[in-house]
Ligand binder design. Structure first.
Ligand SMILES: [Zn+2]
Length: 70
């Protein structure tokens, strides 16, 4: 089951970006039901906003752990 979280960008528009956790974590961990350890999750992702050029979407490990129920 694909888990998504909604994260606002830090630009002026505060756009809500839907972040797919399995897509996000795919490069670093092989996801079959989530990373085995929280330590496998990078501390922080910094993604470009889909709606604007200057906004960044920050996803922290804590947010991911919460979404995964860890
Ligand atoms: Zn934005």
């Amino acid at each position: 089951m694909a888990k998504t979280i909604n994260v606002r960008c830090n630009g002026l528009g505060r756009h809500v970006n839907e972040v797919h956790l399995d897509t996000l974590l795919q490069p670093t961990t092989v996801l079959r039901g989530g990373p085995r350890n929280a330590e496998d999750i990078p501390e922080r992702f910094d993604l470009p906003c889909r709606e604007c050029a200057d906004g960044r979407v920050i996803v922290t490990r804590e947010m991911i752990k919460k979404a995964l129920g860890r």
